[in-house]
Design a protein around this ligand. Structure first.
Ligand SMILES: C[S@@+](CC[C@H](N)C(=O)[O-])C[C@H]1O[C@@H](n2cnc3c(N)ncnc32)[C@H](O)[C@@H]1O
Length: 198
């Protein structure tokens, strides 16, 4: 059982997590028209993508933790259009959102290509994560943590190699702990419209 499995049942009880998710979702919403198909990568219990409702017509959560998926699926108002899976399905989405998950992914370049291949041309990718931190953010050590936050400009350059361009950047929330303050960023990138270019 992963540490995320162990924490899944209590995940939504944390007020700060709820606030982060709301702040991230509120930043993303003005870029949606309504009716989008959304992929929530590292969805956890769905805190961010559920906060986008009722705008999306469909939400597919993807998470490696079975217990997180279980909580996500138990909250679904319509399991035919809002559900969580262990892997990204073979389809395209209008928006991919990933919040507080990228620092758990070792190979960001490969992920950028994967996201590109699952986005419609002109589709949006919203990344929320920590700005560079000193390795003290996580309460229970850094197992499974591959990045101590990100520099959004470097991330934009990495995703730029896969044909993404930046359309918005904000720092919508700062997580305050006794040992320090940890500001977050939300970066919105757009996949280029030309399906033939990279
Ligand atoms: C910090 S939690 C964030 C959850 C949710 N996005 C939120 O904001 O509440 C990170 C999530 O990423 C998931 N995760 C970690 N590595 C993953 C991977 N390689 N593929 C899919 N999900 C992953 C974990 O199981 C966990 O649910």
């Amino acid at each position: 059982m992963s540490s995320f499995d162990e924490r899944a049942a209590q995940w939504d009880k944390n007020r700060r997590r709820q606030e982060v998710a709301r702040a991230v979702a509120e930043f993303i919403k003005p870029y949606l028209r309504g009716g989008e198909g959304v992929l929530d990568f590292g969805c956890g219990t769905g805190l961010v993508s559920y906060n986008l409702l009722p705008l999306p017509k469909k939400i597919v959560g993807v998470d490696s933790s079975a217990k997180m998926r279980e909580v996500f699926n138990n909250k679904s108002p319509d399991p035919t259009t809002i559900y969580a899976l262990p892997e990204i399905p073979d389809e395209e989405f209008d928006l991919i959102v990933t919040s507080m998950t990228l620092h758990h992914i070792e190979d960001i370049e490969t992920l950028a290509g994967l996201f590109r291949s699952h986005l419609t041309p002109g589709g949006l990718l919203a990344i929320a994560d920590l700005l560079p931190e000193d390795g003290t953010f996580h309460d229970h050590g850094n197992e499974g943590v591959f990045h101590f936050g990100f520099n959004p400009s470097e991330l934009t350059r990495t995703f730029g190699k896969e044909g993404f361009r930046q359309i918005a950047l904000s720092s919508p929330y700062t997580i305050r702990k006794e040992r320090g303050n940890y500001p977050l960023f939300t970066l919105i990138l757009q996949r280029e419209r030309n399906p033939h270019s990279k």
